[in-house]
Design a protein around this ligand. Structure first.
Ligand SMILES: Cc1ncc(COP(=O)(O)O)c(C=O)c1O
Length: 431
Protein backbone atom coordinates (compact mmCIF):
# COMPACT_ATOMS: atom_id res chain seq x y z
CA UNK A 1 0.00 0.00 0.00
CA UNK A 2 1.44 3.43 -0.90
CA UNK A 3 1.64 6.21 1.70
CA UNK A 4 -1.41 8.10 0.32
CA UNK A 5 -3.51 4.90 0.23
CA UNK A 6 -2.33 4.03 3.75
CA UNK A 7 -3.41 7.53 4.85
CA UNK A 8 -6.92 7.06 3.43
CA UNK A 9 -7.31 3.71 5.14
CA UNK A 10 -6.09 5.14 8.45
CA UNK A 11 -8.57 8.02 8.14
CA UNK A 12 -11.48 5.67 7.42
CA UNK A 13 -10.59 3.50 10.41
CA UNK A 14 -10.14 6.56 12.63
CA UNK A 15 -13.52 7.89 11.48
CA UNK A 16 -15.22 4.71 12.72
CA UNK A 17 -13.31 4.84 16.01
CA UNK A 18 -14.17 8.54 16.46
CA UNK A 19 -17.88 7.77 16.10
CA UNK A 20 -17.63 5.22 18.90
CA UNK A 21 -15.57 7.56 21.12
CA UNK A 22 -17.95 10.49 20.60
CA UNK A 23 -20.99 8.30 21.31
CA UNK A 24 -19.69 7.35 24.74
CA UNK A 25 -18.01 10.67 25.62
CA UNK A 26 -19.63 12.00 28.84
CA UNK A 27 -18.54 15.54 27.92
CA UNK A 28 -20.08 15.48 24.43
CA UNK A 29 -23.22 17.45 25.50
CA UNK A 30 -21.03 20.45 26.41
CA UNK A 31 -20.47 21.22 22.73
CA UNK A 32 -24.04 22.57 22.65
CA UNK A 33 -23.18 25.04 25.43
CA UNK A 34 -20.93 27.13 23.16
CA UNK A 35 -21.93 29.87 20.74
CA UNK A 36 -22.20 28.28 17.29
CA UNK A 37 -19.39 28.76 14.77
CA UNK A 38 -19.88 28.76 10.98
CA UNK A 39 -20.58 25.28 9.60
CA UNK A 40 -17.40 23.35 8.87
CA UNK A 41 -15.01 25.58 10.81
CA UNK A 42 -12.49 23.73 12.96
CA UNK A 43 -10.82 25.72 15.73
CA UNK A 44 -7.67 24.04 17.04
CA UNK A 45 -5.69 27.21 17.53
CA UNK A 46 -3.66 27.00 20.74
CA UNK A 47 -2.45 30.59 20.55
CA UNK A 48 -5.83 32.15 20.14
CA UNK A 49 -8.94 32.57 22.26
CA UNK A 50 -10.86 29.60 23.61
CA UNK A 51 -14.43 29.10 22.38
CA UNK A 52 -17.17 31.48 23.49
CA UNK A 53 -19.65 29.95 25.98
CA UNK A 54 -23.21 30.50 24.76
CA UNK A 55 -24.15 32.13 28.09
CA UNK A 56 -21.54 34.91 27.92
CA UNK A 57 -23.17 37.46 25.56
CA UNK A 58 -26.50 37.46 27.43
CA UNK A 59 -24.75 37.76 30.78
CA UNK A 60 -22.70 40.73 29.63
CA UNK A 61 -25.75 42.32 28.09
CA UNK A 62 -27.64 42.01 31.38
CA UNK A 63 -24.70 43.40 33.31
CA UNK A 64 -24.20 46.37 30.98
CA UNK A 65 -27.89 47.23 30.74
CA UNK A 66 -28.86 46.28 34.28
CA UNK A 67 -26.43 48.31 36.28
CA UNK A 68 -23.10 49.60 35.17
CA UNK A 69 -22.57 51.47 38.41
CA UNK A 70 -22.22 50.08 41.91
CA UNK A 71 -23.70 46.59 41.85
CA UNK A 72 -23.42 44.11 39.02
CA UNK A 73 -26.73 42.48 39.88
CA UNK A 74 -26.52 39.27 37.79
CA UNK A 75 -23.38 38.21 39.63
CA UNK A 76 -24.73 39.56 42.89
CA UNK A 77 -21.62 41.22 44.25
CA UNK A 78 -19.90 44.54 44.54
CA UNK A 79 -17.80 45.05 41.44
CA UNK A 80 -14.77 46.01 43.49
CA UNK A 81 -14.73 42.52 44.98
CA UNK A 82 -14.72 40.78 41.61
CA UNK A 83 -10.93 40.10 41.43
CA UNK A 84 -11.16 38.12 44.66
CA UNK A 85 -14.53 36.52 43.95
CA UNK A 86 -13.58 35.35 40.46
CA UNK A 87 -10.17 34.34 41.84
CA UNK A 88 -11.83 32.18 44.49
CA UNK A 89 -13.95 30.50 41.84
CA UNK A 90 -10.85 29.82 39.75
CA UNK A 91 -9.10 28.44 42.85
CA UNK A 92 -11.92 26.02 43.55
CA UNK A 93 -12.87 25.07 40.00
CA UNK A 94 -9.63 24.77 38.04
CA UNK A 95 -6.62 25.21 40.33
CA UNK A 96 -7.17 22.97 43.35
CA UNK A 97 -6.32 25.95 45.57
CA UNK A 98 -7.91 27.42 48.70
CA UNK A 99 -10.09 30.53 49.08
CA UNK A 100 -8.00 33.71 49.39
CA UNK A 101 -5.07 32.31 47.39
CA UNK A 102 -6.05 33.49 43.90
CA UNK A 103 -7.02 36.81 42.37
CA UNK A 104 -7.91 37.71 38.80
CA UNK A 105 -6.35 40.95 37.70
CA UNK A 106 -3.66 42.62 35.56
CA UNK A 107 -2.00 40.68 32.73
CA UNK A 108 0.17 37.57 32.83
CA UNK A 109 3.31 39.62 32.27
CA UNK A 110 2.47 42.08 35.03
CA UNK A 111 1.62 39.27 37.45
CA UNK A 112 4.84 37.47 36.58
CA UNK A 113 6.76 40.66 37.29
CA UNK A 114 5.01 41.15 40.62
CA UNK A 115 5.48 37.56 41.74
CA UNK A 116 9.14 37.40 40.70
CA UNK A 117 9.72 40.46 42.89
CA UNK A 118 7.60 38.88 45.66
CA UNK A 119 9.57 35.62 45.47
CA UNK A 120 12.87 37.49 45.73
CA UNK A 121 11.53 39.33 48.77
CA UNK A 122 10.42 36.06 50.33
CA UNK A 123 13.87 34.51 49.77
CA UNK A 124 15.99 37.50 50.74
CA UNK A 125 19.72 36.84 50.69
CA UNK A 126 19.56 34.44 47.73
CA UNK A 127 20.99 35.85 44.54
CA UNK A 128 19.87 33.63 41.68
CA UNK A 129 16.75 33.26 39.56
CA UNK A 130 16.40 30.15 37.39
CA UNK A 131 14.48 30.17 34.10
CA UNK A 132 14.49 27.86 31.10
CA UNK A 133 15.18 28.72 27.48
CA UNK A 134 11.92 27.24 26.20
CA UNK A 135 9.39 29.46 27.96
CA UNK A 136 7.63 32.19 26.00
CA UNK A 137 10.02 35.06 25.19
CA UNK A 138 7.74 37.49 27.06
CA UNK A 139 8.14 35.50 30.30
CA UNK A 140 11.90 35.33 29.90
CA UNK A 141 12.06 39.08 29.22
CA UNK A 142 9.99 39.89 32.31
CA UNK A 143 12.06 37.68 34.61
CA UNK A 144 15.36 38.85 33.11
CA UNK A 145 14.19 42.45 33.63
CA UNK A 146 13.50 41.87 37.33
CA UNK A 147 16.81 40.06 37.80
CA UNK A 148 18.70 42.94 36.16
CA UNK A 149 16.80 45.59 38.13
CA UNK A 150 17.51 43.83 41.42
CA UNK A 151 21.09 42.90 40.48
CA UNK A 152 20.44 39.17 40.75
CA UNK A 153 21.98 36.45 38.62
CA UNK A 154 19.82 34.86 35.92
CA UNK A 155 20.60 31.17 35.40
CA UNK A 156 19.07 29.73 32.23
CA UNK A 157 18.62 25.97 31.92
CA UNK A 158 18.31 24.34 28.55
CA UNK A 159 15.02 22.62 27.82
CA UNK A 160 14.86 20.12 24.98
CA UNK A 161 12.70 21.89 22.39
CA UNK A 162 10.60 18.75 21.77
CA UNK A 163 10.92 16.42 24.77
CA UNK A 164 10.69 19.13 27.45
CA UNK A 165 12.84 19.91 30.49
CA UNK A 166 14.94 17.06 31.84
CA UNK A 167 14.70 16.84 35.64
CA UNK A 168 18.38 16.05 36.09
CA UNK A 169 19.24 19.27 34.20
CA UNK A 170 16.99 21.19 36.56
CA UNK A 171 18.42 19.44 39.63
CA UNK A 172 21.93 20.44 38.57
CA UNK A 173 20.87 24.08 38.21
CA UNK A 174 19.19 24.56 41.61
CA UNK A 175 21.40 25.20 44.60
CA UNK A 176 21.16 27.11 47.88
CA UNK A 177 21.66 30.45 46.15
CA UNK A 178 18.48 30.07 44.08
CA UNK A 179 15.54 32.18 45.26
CA UNK A 180 13.02 31.12 42.65
CA UNK A 181 12.62 28.81 39.66
CA UNK A 182 10.29 30.19 36.97
CA UNK A 183 8.86 27.60 34.55
CA UNK A 184 5.86 26.97 32.31
CA UNK A 185 3.97 23.84 33.40
CA UNK A 186 3.11 23.14 29.76
CA UNK A 187 5.74 24.21 27.27
CA UNK A 188 4.22 26.75 24.85
CA UNK A 189 6.41 25.34 22.09
CA UNK A 190 6.32 21.55 22.40
CA UNK A 191 3.31 21.00 24.67
CA UNK A 192 5.52 19.04 27.10
CA UNK A 193 3.89 18.78 30.54
CA UNK A 194 6.13 18.84 33.60
CA UNK A 195 5.51 16.85 36.76
CA UNK A 196 4.67 19.62 39.20
CA UNK A 197 5.41 17.56 42.33
CA UNK A 198 8.83 16.52 40.98
CA UNK A 199 9.83 20.13 40.25
CA UNK A 200 8.67 21.17 43.74
CA UNK A 201 10.70 18.39 45.31
CA UNK A 202 13.87 19.54 43.46
CA UNK A 203 13.42 23.27 44.24
CA UNK A 204 12.15 22.90 47.80
CA UNK A 205 15.02 20.57 48.72
CA UNK A 206 17.29 23.60 48.19
CA UNK A 207 14.90 26.06 49.86
CA UNK A 208 13.96 27.71 46.54
CA UNK A 209 10.44 28.72 45.49
CA UNK A 210 8.75 27.76 42.22
CA UNK A 211 6.77 30.30 40.19
CA UNK A 212 4.66 28.60 37.52
CA UNK A 213 3.26 30.01 34.31
CA UNK A 214 0.08 27.95 33.88
CA UNK A 215 -1.12 29.77 30.74
CA UNK A 216 -1.18 26.65 28.55
CA UNK A 217 -2.41 24.34 31.31
CA UNK A 218 -5.23 25.96 33.27
CA UNK A 219 -8.67 24.77 32.14
CA UNK A 220 -7.22 21.68 30.42
CA UNK A 221 -4.90 20.06 32.98
CA UNK A 222 -6.30 18.92 36.35
CA UNK A 223 -4.22 21.16 38.63
CA UNK A 224 -3.91 20.50 42.37
CA UNK A 225 -1.88 23.46 43.62
CA UNK A 226 -2.53 22.87 47.31
CA UNK A 227 -1.97 19.13 47.22
CA UNK A 228 1.31 19.48 45.31
CA UNK A 229 2.57 22.32 47.55
CA UNK A 230 2.72 24.96 44.81
CA UNK A 231 4.21 28.31 45.88
CA UNK A 232 3.18 30.84 43.24
CA UNK A 233 1.60 30.88 39.80
CA UNK A 234 0.29 33.11 37.05
CA UNK A 235 -1.78 32.30 33.95
CA UNK A 236 -3.51 33.87 30.99
CA UNK A 237 -7.25 33.15 31.13
CA UNK A 238 -8.30 33.47 27.52
CA UNK A 239 -7.11 30.10 26.27
CA UNK A 240 -8.57 26.98 27.98
CA UNK A 241 -10.29 29.14 30.59
CA UNK A 242 -12.23 30.67 27.67
CA UNK A 243 -12.62 33.97 29.55
CA UNK A 244 -12.50 36.03 26.37
CA UNK A 245 -10.47 38.91 24.97
CA UNK A 246 -9.09 41.30 27.54
CA UNK A 247 -9.88 39.08 30.50
CA UNK A 248 -7.37 39.64 33.29
CA UNK A 249 -4.82 36.99 34.11
CA UNK A 250 -4.82 35.03 37.36
CA UNK A 251 -2.32 35.14 40.19
CA UNK A 252 -1.86 32.54 42.95
CA UNK A 253 0.21 32.74 46.14
CA UNK A 254 0.14 29.90 48.70
CA UNK A 255 -1.51 31.12 51.90
CA UNK A 256 1.54 30.43 54.07
CA UNK A 257 3.75 32.56 51.81
CA UNK A 258 1.49 35.58 51.66
CA UNK A 259 2.84 37.40 54.74
CA UNK A 260 6.35 37.58 53.26
CA UNK A 261 5.45 38.10 49.59
CA UNK A 262 5.20 41.85 49.07
CA UNK A 263 4.15 43.31 45.74
CA UNK A 264 6.07 46.08 43.98
CA UNK A 265 3.19 48.44 43.11
CA UNK A 266 1.70 49.98 46.22
CA UNK A 267 -1.64 51.61 45.61
CA UNK A 268 -5.25 52.19 46.63
CA UNK A 269 -6.76 48.89 45.58
CA UNK A 270 -4.10 46.91 47.42
CA UNK A 271 -5.02 48.56 50.71
CA UNK A 272 -6.49 46.56 53.56
CA UNK A 273 -9.35 49.06 53.51
CA UNK A 274 -9.73 50.08 49.91
CA UNK A 275 -10.49 53.77 49.37
CA UNK A 276 -10.15 54.57 53.09
CA UNK A 277 -7.60 57.26 52.15
CA UNK A 278 -5.18 56.20 54.89
CA UNK A 279 -2.10 58.41 55.22
CA UNK A 280 0.22 55.42 54.78
CA UNK A 281 0.13 52.31 52.58
CA UNK A 282 -1.41 49.51 54.59
CA UNK A 283 -1.52 46.47 52.30
CA UNK A 284 -4.18 43.81 52.49
CA UNK A 285 -2.59 40.83 54.29
CA UNK A 286 -3.80 38.35 51.67
CA UNK A 287 -3.52 37.94 47.92
CA UNK A 288 -6.05 40.73 47.35
CA UNK A 289 -3.19 43.25 47.61
CA UNK A 290 -1.78 42.17 44.25
CA UNK A 291 -4.08 43.57 41.52
CA UNK A 292 -3.32 47.18 40.70
CA UNK A 293 -5.96 49.78 39.91
CA UNK A 294 -9.67 49.72 39.16
CA UNK A 295 -10.83 46.16 38.42
CA UNK A 296 -11.97 45.64 34.79
CA UNK A 297 -15.42 44.52 35.94
CA UNK A 298 -16.95 43.57 32.58
CA UNK A 299 -13.98 41.41 31.60
CA UNK A 300 -14.03 39.74 34.99
CA UNK A 301 -17.73 38.96 34.74
CA UNK A 302 -17.05 37.40 31.32
CA UNK A 303 -14.87 34.75 32.99
CA UNK A 304 -17.81 33.23 34.88
CA UNK A 305 -19.72 31.26 32.22
CA UNK A 306 -16.69 29.16 31.25
CA UNK A 307 -15.98 28.52 34.93
CA UNK A 308 -19.59 27.30 35.24
CA UNK A 309 -18.98 24.84 32.39
CA UNK A 310 -15.67 23.61 33.77
CA UNK A 311 -17.15 23.22 37.28
CA UNK A 312 -20.03 21.20 35.90
CA UNK A 313 -17.77 19.00 33.78
CA UNK A 314 -15.15 18.54 36.52
CA UNK A 315 -11.45 19.04 35.83
CA UNK A 316 -10.60 15.34 36.15
CA UNK A 317 -12.98 14.56 33.27
CA UNK A 318 -11.78 17.61 31.27
CA UNK A 319 -8.15 16.54 31.63
CA UNK A 320 -8.98 12.94 30.69
CA UNK A 321 -10.77 14.16 27.55
CA UNK A 322 -7.89 16.49 26.68
CA UNK A 323 -5.45 13.60 26.97
CA UNK A 324 -7.68 11.32 24.90
CA UNK A 325 -8.03 13.98 22.17
CA UNK A 326 -4.32 14.79 21.94
CA UNK A 327 -3.43 11.06 22.05
CA UNK A 328 -5.92 10.31 19.27
CA UNK A 329 -4.63 13.25 17.24
CA UNK A 330 -0.97 12.30 17.67
CA UNK A 331 -1.66 8.69 16.71
CA UNK A 332 -3.62 9.64 13.60
CA UNK A 333 -1.17 12.33 12.55
CA UNK A 334 1.61 9.75 12.94
CA UNK A 335 -0.12 7.50 10.43
CA UNK A 336 -1.41 10.16 8.03
CA UNK A 337 0.65 13.36 8.23
CA UNK A 338 4.13 12.29 9.25
CA UNK A 339 4.61 10.23 6.06
CA UNK A 340 3.79 13.48 4.17
CA UNK A 341 6.60 15.51 5.73
CA UNK A 342 5.28 16.70 9.11
CA UNK A 343 7.74 16.02 11.96
CA UNK A 344 6.52 15.49 15.54
CA UNK A 345 7.89 18.19 17.85
CA UNK A 346 6.54 17.22 21.26
CA UNK A 347 6.72 14.38 23.79
CA UNK A 348 5.87 10.93 22.44
CA UNK A 349 4.05 9.75 25.59
CA UNK A 350 0.49 11.05 26.22
CA UNK A 351 1.15 11.48 29.97
CA UNK A 352 3.93 14.00 29.22
CA UNK A 353 1.70 16.07 26.89
CA UNK A 354 -0.29 19.15 27.81
CA UNK A 355 -3.31 20.26 25.78
CA UNK A 356 -1.57 20.78 22.44
CA UNK A 357 0.37 18.73 19.94
CA UNK A 358 3.27 20.33 18.07
CA UNK A 359 4.79 19.56 14.66
CA UNK A 360 7.58 20.92 12.52
CA UNK A 361 7.48 21.69 8.83
CA UNK A 362 9.96 23.79 6.85
CA UNK A 363 7.12 25.88 5.43
CA UNK A 364 5.01 26.05 8.59
CA UNK A 365 4.57 29.82 8.15
CA UNK A 366 2.84 29.26 4.79
CA UNK A 367 1.13 26.05 5.76
CA UNK A 368 -0.87 27.64 8.59
CA UNK A 369 -2.61 30.30 6.44
CA UNK A 370 -3.26 27.62 3.80
CA UNK A 371 -4.94 25.51 6.48
CA UNK A 372 -7.03 28.52 7.50
CA UNK A 373 -8.26 28.75 3.89
CA UNK A 374 -9.49 25.20 4.44
CA UNK A 375 -11.33 26.40 7.58
CA UNK A 376 -8.87 24.61 9.86
CA UNK A 377 -7.49 27.08 12.38
CA UNK A 378 -4.22 26.06 14.02
CA UNK A 379 -1.31 28.29 14.94
CA UNK A 380 2.21 28.97 13.78
CA UNK A 381 5.19 29.35 16.08
CA UNK A 382 8.26 30.72 14.30
CA UNK A 383 10.40 29.47 12.82
CA UNK A 384 8.84 26.15 11.84
CA UNK A 385 6.22 24.91 14.28
CA UNK A 386 2.51 24.21 13.95
CA UNK A 387 0.43 23.74 17.11
CA UNK A 388 -2.89 21.93 17.25
CA UNK A 389 -4.87 22.43 20.42
CA UNK A 390 -8.26 20.69 20.72
CA UNK A 391 -10.42 22.37 23.38
CA UNK A 392 -11.62 19.49 25.61
CA UNK A 393 -15.23 20.72 25.96
CA UNK A 394 -15.65 21.92 22.39
CA UNK A 395 -13.90 19.31 20.22
CA UNK A 396 -15.26 15.97 19.05
CA UNK A 397 -13.06 13.04 18.10
CA UNK A 398 -14.73 13.32 14.67
CA UNK A 399 -13.40 16.90 14.45
CA UNK A 400 -9.89 15.57 14.99
CA UNK A 401 -10.30 13.11 12.09
CA UNK A 402 -11.66 15.88 9.85
CA UNK A 403 -8.81 18.20 10.89
CA UNK A 404 -6.20 15.57 9.97
CA UNK A 405 -7.97 14.87 6.67
CA UNK A 406 -7.93 18.56 5.71
CA UNK A 407 -4.36 18.92 6.91
CA UNK A 408 -3.34 16.05 4.64
CA UNK A 409 -4.98 17.62 1.60
CA UNK A 410 -3.35 20.98 2.25
CA UNK A 411 0.00 19.31 2.93
CA UNK A 412 -0.23 17.61 -0.45
CA UNK A 413 0.01 21.08 -1.98
CA UNK A 414 3.49 21.57 -0.57
CA UNK A 415 6.46 20.00 -2.34
CA UNK A 416 8.89 17.69 -0.60
CA UNK A 417 11.37 20.59 -0.35
CA UNK A 418 8.73 22.59 1.47
CA UNK A 419 7.82 24.85 -1.47
CA UNK A 420 4.15 25.28 -2.20
CA UNK A 421 3.19 23.19 -5.18
CA UNK A 422 1.05 25.36 -7.49
CA UNK A 423 -0.53 22.44 -9.35
CA UNK A 424 -1.86 20.78 -6.22
CA UNK A 425 -5.62 20.55 -5.91
CA UNK A 426 -7.44 22.96 -3.64
CA UNK A 427 -9.00 21.68 -0.47
CA UNK A 428 -12.23 19.81 -0.98
CA UNK A 429 -14.79 19.36 1.78
CA UNK A 430 -14.64 15.74 2.81
CA UNK A 431 -16.75 12.63 2.32
C1 LIG B 1 3.09 31.51 28.47
C2 LIG B 1 2.57 32.91 28.35
N1 LIG B 1 3.19 33.91 29.02
C3 LIG B 1 2.76 35.18 28.91
C4 LIG B 1 1.68 35.50 28.13
C5 LIG B 1 1.29 36.95 28.03
O1 LIG B 1 0.06 37.17 28.58
P1 LIG B 1 -0.46 38.68 28.86
O2 LIG B 1 -0.74 39.26 27.53
O3 LIG B 1 -1.70 38.45 29.69
O4 LIG B 1 0.60 39.40 29.60
C6 LIG B 1 0.98 34.50 27.47
C7 LIG B 1 -0.21 34.81 26.68
O5 LIG B 1 -1.05 34.01 26.48
C8 LIG B 1 1.45 33.17 27.56
O6 LIG B 1 0.85 32.18 26.92
Amino acid sequence: MTAPEGGQAALRKAGRRARRLDARDPLAPFLGRFAPVPEGRLHLDGGSLGRLPAATPALLDRVVRGDRGGRLTPVGTQWRDLPQRIGDRMAETVLGARPGEVVAGDSTDVNLHKLTVAALAARRGRRTVVVDDDNSPTDRDVVAGVAAEQERALRTVHTHPDAGLDMETLRAAVDEDVAVVVLPLVSPRSGALLDMAEVHEIAHAQGALVLWDLSHAVGAVDLQLTATGADMAVAATYRHLMAGPGCPALLYVRRELQPCAGQPVDGGYGHREQLAMRPRYDPDPAVRRFPTGTPPALSLVAAEPALDLLAEAGMAAVHAKSRALTGFLAELAGAVLEPCGLRPAGPAVPERRGAHVAYRHPQAGKLVPALAEAELFVDFLPPDRVRLSPGPLSTRFADVVEAVRRFREVLAGFGADGSRCPSAGAYRRGP
